[in-house]
Design a binder for this molecule. Structure first.
Ligand SMILES: [Zn+2]
Ligand SMILES: [Zn+2]
Length: 269
């Protein structure tokens, strides 16, 4: 049985499936646990800026737990955009004891803009933007209070939309920066998410690309999560099996969920 640790409920402005319905779908798909997230974005440029309501989200989760009656483990997470930039605001807005896990996500690069879309890549050198993305990811994992590092490599979505090349290998281009990110998350017990949403897009790759997963394992990393980044009916839980397969091929026997911010292993085979 698999678990999906990145599922958006209709509590995110860019998603439209209620938590109760997703839990039902999870039961039908035979998931053991479903890790819900809501976007908390404090960057005014972000589409989801201002869209988080903690009380409504609490209610959604309670509803999903109620309706599913223990047939699936409902985990309550939060996906914070650029948590390193909004430390104080996040502290004021988020009661950490109220969540099973906190995911840190870099959607925007300082001074450059949103890397999920094509616009930023029209105006700058794509590889310079990607290098900055990783430099800032390092800053984010160094200081943020997070359990999971979400979707590294998400810029491939923007590159693909801009019809630019995305078949480069960042581990070869910036080995020290990538190694530093991986070493920091290992030291800080932050899990590396294998996000399968790129598999349903033009770029058809996971975030991160497989060689980064391999490097993470080589460096001694064990904490990995799988997440589909579900937002809509058309792609509910997309790519979980493929993600699990990739983890097994890379040598991971277990992946993780988080319960009250403590990692819980589950068998991948
Ligand atoms: Zn995200
Ligand atoms: Zn997400």
């Amino acid at each position: 049985m698999l678990n999906d640790m990145h599922v958006h409920t209709s509590d995110s402005p860019d998603a439209d499936i209620p938590a109760g319905r997703l839990a039902q779908k999870g039961i039908e798909t035979n998931l053991a646990a479903i890790g819900f997230v809501a976007h908390l974005d404090l960057n005014p440029e972000d589409y989801c800026y201002g869209g988080f309501n903690a009380a409504f989200y609490d209610e959604s989760i309670a509803c999903a737990r109620n309706e599913s009656k223990g047939r699936i483990t409902v985990l309550k997470g939060l996906e914070i955009g650029e948590p390193h930039k909004y430390e104080e605001q996040v502290k004021n807005l988020v009661d950490y004891s109220n969540y099973d896990f906190i995911t840190g996500a870099l959607h925007s690069v300082e001074g450059i803009g949103m890397v999920l879309g094509r616009e930023v890549f029209a105006n700058g050198d794509p590889l310079e933007i990607v290098e900055e993305y990783y430099t800032e990811t390092l800053r984010m994992v160094e200081i943020s209070d997070i359990d999971i590092l979400a979707h590294i490599g998400l810029f491939r979505r923007g590159l693909a939309l801009a019809d630019l090349r995305y078949d480069f290998n960042e581990l070869e281009l910036w080995p020290d920066t990538i190694d530093n990110i991986l070493r920091v998350i290992i030291d800080r017990n932050i899990a590396l998410e294998l996000n399968t949403s790129g598999l349903r897009r033009k770029e058809e790759v996971t975030y991160p690309i497989p060689c980064i997963l391999e490097r993470f394992r080589e460096l001694g990393g064990t904490l990995v999560t799988i997440g589909s980044d579900t937002h809509r009916e058309s792609h509910v839980f997309f790519g979980l099996d493929q993600g699990a397969e990739l983890l097994l091929e890379t040598g991971f026997k277990e992946a993780y969920t988080f319960l009250e911010r403590v990692p819980q292993a589950f068998e991948l085979a």
